[in-house]
Design a protein around this ligand. Structure first.
Ligand code: SF4
Ligand code: SF4
Length: 109
């Protein structure tokens, strides 16, 4: 192949077929506010664990909506359930409860 001195970035295509509809329905049933997230990032910016872990609730919600469950769980496991993100969410989402249920539903075998 001809070397043009640059390469294409890897595909960032999202396959909606990867979404586990059953689990998504379960999470929206127990915590309907899951659908209210506007990805503002306030939760991630104020997260107590954010400086020393990969915890990022904003990214977790985005990944779950893209069917990337493994990646989402890896970003939430360091959560200390302190509830600080619940205080700052502009949509009034009970983020602490959401995290508890995400871990419950998406980590079940
Ligand atoms: S509950 Fe978890 S995600 Fe929310 S601020 Fe605390 S450590 Fe971060
Ligand atoms: S603060 Fe609330 S609305 Fe903003 S990204 Fe976090 S969960 Fe979503």
């Amino acid at each position: 192949m001809i070397d043009f001195g640059y390469s294409l970035t890897s595909s960032s295509r999202i396959s909606l077929d990867n979404i586990n509809q059953k689990k998504l329905k379960k999470i929206t049933a127990v915590e309907p506010d899951f659908l209210k997230c506007m990805a503002c990032g306030s939760c991630a910016a104020s997260c107590s664990a954010g400086n020393f872990t990969k915890v990022n609730l904003r990214m977790v919600i985005l990944l779950l909506n893209r069917g990337m469950e493994k990646e989402a769980i890896a970003l939430i496991e360091g959560c200390m359930l302190c509830g600080k993100c619940t205080l700052v969410c502009p949509r009034g989402i009970n983020t602490r409860n959401l995290i508890i249920n995400i871990l419950k539903i998406y980590k079940e075998v």
